[in-house]
Write a protein that binds this ligand. Structure first.
Ligand SMILES: Nc1ncnc2c1ncn2[C@@H]1O[C@H](COP(=O)(O)OP(=O)(O)OP(=O)(O)O)[C@@H](O)[C@H]1O
Length: 473
């Protein structure tokens, strides 16, 4: 591959020189322009591996150059140089198609990382369509197109969709198809970490900075350096942590707990949530400034019930995988036309994950090569959300009024509970109540939390404590 050339567009000679020296050390050629007109002329003359442009130029606006390059030279990634703290400009530039931004004064390490990232784009091949999100619906085709475009950018992406719609898979695709492929993809479920541990998990800590910090520990931001940090269920992040995350996203640096120094954190942020973040902003549970920073581009994953035409290909894929996982067994099971129709009429509150569970259970319980509707064990449509929360919890086992007067509970199960230490008995009641709510909602954690009268965050925490954070196949 020929030697890469970077185009730097800035009216400040110092900046042009600094970029020139940095590129020379990386064995990259540089052309420079002090204004838009010169930049446009240079772009006509040769291809560039990267364009770095200042925001304000003597004859116009850097965002115009971003648009020009995105339209006419789409193979050239363009990054915007912005004044320190002017994140709105950076966000506007990325929405216009910029691949990344750099704040002034330039941090040399961040500059080097950005150039290296842009250079890797030249060697990223075409996406492998087989490994990604399956589905022939118009929505999934559009999503795949959008993902390959998003993969080339460094802009933060927010993925919205119900549980099990493939948000994590989409995030991985964005990572795998972009210049950060081969670097770490680090996923964290913000709702599953106890609030007091989130900061240390994300940013790391120094030995002795709090009780239990027995050695230095890098955070997930550092683990994702050069790669992607996937923040799942970001709406569950406590407000204080939202402030710290905003700072990390803006400054591209993090400060481990107990440390004096900030360390560079070059991680692309992809976040996801099943809830409407805008509504969370309006309710005051999610910071508006963070919302705008992480939601530069939004990717919506539709529920499976809105694209039943995707079910045959998904089912075939899952049945094939089950057969492959079981070793050199019989050929993959298939679905009878009636079974397929039953699946296509089912609302799938748990989306693709639920489809996987249904097929895993059916193949485990039935020997027939062709699955029939009865083999699927499809549950009746889930009860409406208005169902009383108490329904999931046996009233006489949990309400103090009912439990208190009975010295010996009449129910044998309750009697067994009464013979255990109180702590264990309460744990068991909690576990059973959670399992019943999850079963009743087909493992839709949002609906289950509603039934149980607790927050999703709290449910997630309990699931992880009880070792139940993934549904059994
Ligand atoms: N379009 C798809 N093609 C193939 N597999 C898919 C697709 N969508 C989802 N899946 C599979 O469904 C399962 C759930 O997907 P994933 O974990 O990405 O969902 P999610 O939206 O992140 O769920 P949650 O919100 O509960 O974390 C995974 O096994 C994933 O591989």
């Amino acid at each position: 591959m020929s030697q890469a050339t970077v185009l730097i567009v800035d009216d400040e000679a110092d900046i042009r020189e600094l970029v020139g020296i940095t590129c020379a050390r990386m064995d990259v050629k540089v052309r420079s322009a002090g204004d838009l007109a010169t930049a446009a002329r240079l772009l006509e003359q040769q291809p560039f591996a990267l364009c770095l442009t200042d925001m304000r130029l003597p004859d116009g606006d850097g965002t115009d150059l971003v648009r020009l390059i995105t339209e006419r030279y789409p193979a050239t990634p363009v990054a915007m140089l912005t004044a320190y703290g002017s994140m709105d400009t950076a966000v506007a530039a990325m929405k216009a198609g910029a691949f990344d931004f750099l704040s002034k004064p330039l941090d040399l390490q961040v500059l080097r990382d950005l150039i290296a990232s842009a250079l890797r784009l030249r060697v990223v091949g075409e996406p492998d369509d087989d490994s990604g999100l399956l589905g022939c619906s118009a929505q999934m085709q559009e999503i795949r197109r959008l993902i390959s475009r998003l993969a080339r950018s460094q802009a933060p992406v927010f993925i919205n969709g119900e549980s099990g719609t493939g948000k994590e898979l989409a995030a991985r695709q964005i990572h795998d198809q972009g210049p950060r492929a081969g670097r770490p993809f680090v996923a964290i479920n913000c709702g599953a970490i106890p609030a007091d541990l989130v900061e240390s998990e994300l940013f790391g800590h120094r030995k002795g900075s709090f009780t239990g910090a027995v050695s230095d520990k890098p955070g997930l931001f550092q683990a994702a350096h050069g790669g992607t940090l996937f923040l799942d269920e970001i709406a569950d992040l406590p407000l204080l942590m939202q402030v710290k995350l905003l700072r990390a996203v803006q400054q591209k640096h993090v400060r481990p707990i107990g440390s004096e120094r900030e360390v560079p954190a070059d991680a692309r942020i992809i976040s996801a949530s099943h809830c409407d973040l805008k509504a969370e902003v309006e309710r005051g549970t999610f910071r508006e400034d963070l919302y705008y920073r992480i939601n530069v581009i939004q990717l919506d994953l539709p529920p499976l019930r809105e694209r039943p035409e995707d079910i045959p290909i998904l089912a075939r894929h899952v049945l094939g995988r089950i057969s492959a996982d079981s070793g050199a067994g019989p050929a993959p099971r298939t679905l009878s036309p009636e079974a397929l129709a039953a699946l296509q009429g089912y609302p799938f509150p748990g989306n693709v994950r639920e489809l996987e569970n249904i097929l895993e259970r059916a193949t485990a319980l039935c020997d027939r090569p062709v699955l029939q509707p009865d083999d699927l064990g499809l549950p009746a449509a889930p009860a409406a959300d208005t169902t009383a929360a108490a329904e999931a919890i046996t009233p006489d086992s949990t309400t103090p009024d009912a439990a208190a007067p009975a010295a010996t509970p009449p129910d044998p199960a309750l009697r067994a509970l009464a013979e255990q230490p109180l702590e264990d008995a309460l744990g068991e009641i909690e576990k059973q109540a959670i399992l019943r709510a999850l079963d009743a909602t087909r493992w839709n954690r949002t609906a289950a939390a509603k039934r149980l009268g607790m927050t999703v965050r709290s449910l997630r925490y309990r699931l992880s404590k009880l070792g139940l954070d993934r549904p059994e196949p």
